[in-house]
Write a new protein. Sequence first.
Length: 151
Amino acid sequence: MGNFNLDERMYRENIHLASTEKRVLAHVIDDFILSALLFIIISDTISDAQSIEEVILFINSLIIEFMAIKLIYHTIFTSLYGGSIGKIFLKIKVINIADFSTISFATSLNRSFIRLFSESIFYLGFLWAFFEPHRQSWHDKSAKTLVVYDK
């Protein structure tokens, strides 16, 4: 499907791409929520730590668990509600390019997995969206999705 055809379909359906600024802000909101949740869960352990190094080592030991939480969070919220809490708050959502519908669980899982991969390599996949005509990051390209303003 060419860009012209997609642009024409978006125009006919009155669908507008979300700005990269809104997407970045949604990401910040989501990371704040998830970090606060993790902090609440581990606060007892942190308060019992004897040194700052012990706290850092403990937090670093949870990287796999934190990534799993992020994967589950983004997969479930995007498949059920069209976006994470940050996206919902900012009135943007993820849609399927094929028919502009909310994406399936499998597509959301794919998107969330590639999103984590992109984060782990210095957010290169996110930066891609700044130079792409439809503002698609690597996880959007992989899942064949767009992030648009919610009506």
